[in-house]
Design a protein around this ligand. Structure first.
Ligand SMILES: Cc1cc2nc3c(=O)[nH]c(=O)nc-3n(C[C@H](O)[C@H](O)[C@H](O)COP(=O)(O)O)c2cc1C
Length: 226
């Protein structure tokens, strides 16, 4: 069974709505799923305090994503609000701490896709997704974008080949129905690509030797991953 970790940050529920729909769609596609929030920062930037505290209650039972979750997953979905055209710092902070598994190649060959929620159209959702893609190059991921060849992506509320983007218009939990259909497609595509890739890898003898953390610490004795 393909294992999918859906890892998100959200402050006013929009990215969470997309993440929850993604988890449902991946489960329907036969995947084993983990819906996970990233850890909060000491000084989160909060605009809508009421929505934020509602979300904290709604997501209280969700586990905080760990490096073990990254290693466990065959496929990963990362969801983030747009912050000045970039991913939220909570997501960057999570990626920053991935060194102990990313550097020794434990994330290599995982299928990964990204989605985002911004407040306004043409306001940085695609640049945010692409910014996360930068880090995925470092992980050695198989980046899975949406493309544009399914009907739902042609709706006026979708259209991003990079990954699903919702436009919240500064409202909490304001994901359009079309975006929910798009994220369902995105999850299904990820599961199908990951499954096909896993089968292909099992049938392919690899000549690649990835470095271990021990190799690295021998070479750089002052390197610390903690
Ligand atoms: C510090 C900060 C910067 C933001 N920058 C942008 C931006 O560049 N573009 C945009 O569309 N929305 C921006 N927003 C708005 C959020 O991305 C938007 O409200 C999003 O839907 C929130 O997602 P959430 O409901 O999952 O928290 C910003 C919000 C904050 C707090």
């Amino acid at each position: 069974m393909t294992k999918v970790a859906i890892i998100f940050h959200s402050r006013s529920g929009n990215t969470y709505q997309l993440a929850a729909a993604a988890a449902d769609a991946a489960a329907k596609a036969g995947a084993e799923t983990r819906l996970l929030k990233v850890g909060e920062l000491p000084d989160p930037m909060v605009l809508d305090k009421e929505a934020y505290s509602e979300l904290e209650t709604d997501t209280a039972d969700l586990k905080v994503a760990t490096l073990e979750d990254l290693v466990w997953a065959d496929a990963i979905m990362i969801g983030t609000p747009v912050h000045f055209g970039l991913p939220a710092p909570q997501i960057i902070n999570f990626i920053d701490h991935s060194g102990p598994v990313a550097i020794p190649g434990k994330l290599v060959n995982k299928a990964v896709t990204v989605f985002a929620s911004g407040s306004a159209p043409h306001s940085g959702a695609q640049t945010t997704i692409l910014a996360v893609h930068n880090s995925l190059c470092h992980w050695g991921s198989l980046i899975v974008p949406n493309g544009s060849s399914v009907e739902i992506l042609g709706s006026e509320n979708n259209g991003s080949p990079y990954g699903t983007c919702s436009i919240s218009r500064h409202e909490a939990n304001n994901v359009h129905e079309d975006n929910l259909r798009a994220i369902e497609y995105q999850a299904l595509r990820l599961v199908e690509v990951a499954r096909a890739y896993q089968i292909g890898l099992q049938q392919t003898e690899s000549a690649i030797k990835y470095v271990t953390l021990d190799d690295l610490t021998r070479k750089f004795p002052r390197l610390s991953m903690n």
